[in-house]
Ligand binder design. Structure first.
Ligand code: GLU
Length: 444
């Protein structure tokens, strides 16, 4: 089994790309196959090395190593050779029509009530006419002559599918400047690399019909290739993802503090009936079954992903996150505050509160209460019974209870009106800082 993820390095990866990458990766690992990262970089103008580097970095961050890395730009001779074979068999033919001529023809067909298909005029050119066009300095581009059949396959996700090639225009495979297009390069590579499974978005279904036809024309056996098309993602309101989240890059999510295990766990369960569980690809591969992905579009719900992110953080062991914590962070502090985080970047303020310095606000009208609290502060050593003992004593002395008792103490000690349990936090803050903060909040 050999699978590939074939992004175009013309931009940053977004969640839609990741879903395809992940499905390929999980399928390969689940069945002991290999996973190739293949950069679709034949569009030399739009492809950028920095995007290729970003794709590699994102996949590493997400725990999806590849067995082989191939850039299509290094294989141009292979595409040229394959194009020659198709020319020799009459399946690739030169065209000279300009974009204006083509759009005029499309418009005319539309007016006549016909579908706007390419009319194959170029195929009717005699060798002399072609000679003349070339002699006049015209550079041809090349179309593939589709067979008129219906191409059918059993899709891993969508079930029985077919594409009627007679309803599609012959695709351009080679541009006038000689550069090959994705529709073509992808087939040449899938054959030559022995790809067995192609998993990609549902927007590629028509391409699959076309590419299977090219595959056969190049002498490939379509039975060696299995396809799976993942239904498109929508946003949480059912709208197209591309408008909003679709354009959110993985880079962006990472900067926002989304954990890879949350993103991966969420995307792996998306569109299946399984509840998402956090996990890195290697953890999820044994349980992966592509046939569980539904035919229906799947909703990408940021709230659910954030809920998973919280879960990841709340369960994260100190050692696994240590290098992303503020300098000097210790395990007791991490265990005390992790349950309060939605995103990792919220850890920093809690480090300052517990291990560093903060200046709490002066709490108007609470001076007497806070001074009483300061006087009642027990001597160290402090432990898990310090907070209950202290607040019970205060309750008895002042008659305060509930919010009136706890909120001013929390505000004075942390500067925040909510946060981790003070039972664990107070001993970590320690007597010296606690006393100072109570004094400041009391206004003296
Ligand atoms: N570069 C194509 C894309 O990102 C690849 C599709 C495929 O997997 O064949 O959509």
């Amino acid at each position: 089994m050999k699978l590939r993820f074939a992004p175009s390095p013309t931009g940053l990866l977004h969640v839609g790309n990741l879903r395809a990458a992940l499905a390929n990766w999980l399928h390969a690992r689940r069945h002991g196959g290999s996973f190739i990262l293949r950069l679709d970089d034949t569009d030399l103008e739009r492809s950028k090395p920095e995007y290729a580097a970003a794709i590699e970095e994102d996949l590493r961050w997400l725990g999806m190593p590849w067995d082989e890395l191939v850039a299509q730009s290094t294989r141009l001779d292979r595409y040229a050779a394959a194009a020659e074979r198709l020319k020799a068999s009459g399946r690739l033919y030169p065209c000279f029509e300009t974009e204006e001529e083509l759009s005029y023809k499309r418009e005319r067909r539309r007016r006549e009530g016909k579908p706007p298909l390419y009319d194959r005029e170029a195929l009717k050119m005699t060798p002399e006419q072609i000679e003349r066009a070339l002699a006049n300095g015209k550079q041809p581009y090349w179309r593939f002559k589709l067979s008129m059949r219906s191409v059918a396959w059993r899709d891993l996700v969508l079930g029985e599918r077919s594409v009627k090639l007679s309803t599609i225009s012959d695709p351009v495979l080679v541009r006038a400047d000689g550069s090959p297009l994705y529709t073509f390069t992808s087939v040449v590579d899938d054959i030559e690399m022995g790809i067995t499974h192609v998993i990609r978005g549902e927007d590629h279904v028509t391409n699959t019909g076309i590419q299977l036809d090219i595959f056969e024309a190049l002498g490939g056996n379509p039975k060696t290739l299995t396809f799976g098309h993942l239904p498109l993602l929508t946003d949480q309101d059912g709208g197209p993802l591309s408008k909003r989240l679709g354009s959110i890059s993985l880079r962006h999510l990472r900067k926002d503090g989304i954990e890879p295990a949350a993103l991966v766990g969420y995307l792996a369960a998306l569109g299946t009936s399984a509840d998402p569980v956090p996990g890195m690809p290697a953890d999820l591969a044994p349980g992966w079954d592509i046939s569980r992905v539904s035919h229906a579009t799947a909703r990408f719900d940021t709230r659910q992903m954030l809920a998973l992110n919280r879960r990841v953080l709340h369960e994260a062991h100190f050692e696994t996150v240590r290098d992303r914590l503020p300098d000097g962070a210790d395990e007791a502090w991490w265990v005390a505050i992790r349950g309060n985080l939605d995103l990792m970047r919220e850890a920093r303020p809690w480090f300052d509160i517990v291990r560093g310095t903060i200046v709490p606000p002066v709490l108007e009208g609470e001076g007497d209460f806070l001074r009483a609290a300061l006087d009642a502060l027990p001597p160290e050593p402090w432990g898990a019974d310090t907070w209950p003992a202290w607040t019970n004593a205060l309750k008895a002395a002042t008659g305060r209870k509930g919010k009136a008792l706890f909120l001013p103490l929390r505000l004075a000690l942390t500067g925040e009106d909510h946060g981790p349990d003070l039972v664990t936090l107070l001993p970590l803050i320690g007597r010296e800082k606690a006393a100072l903060r109570l004094r400041i909040a009391a206004g003296a």
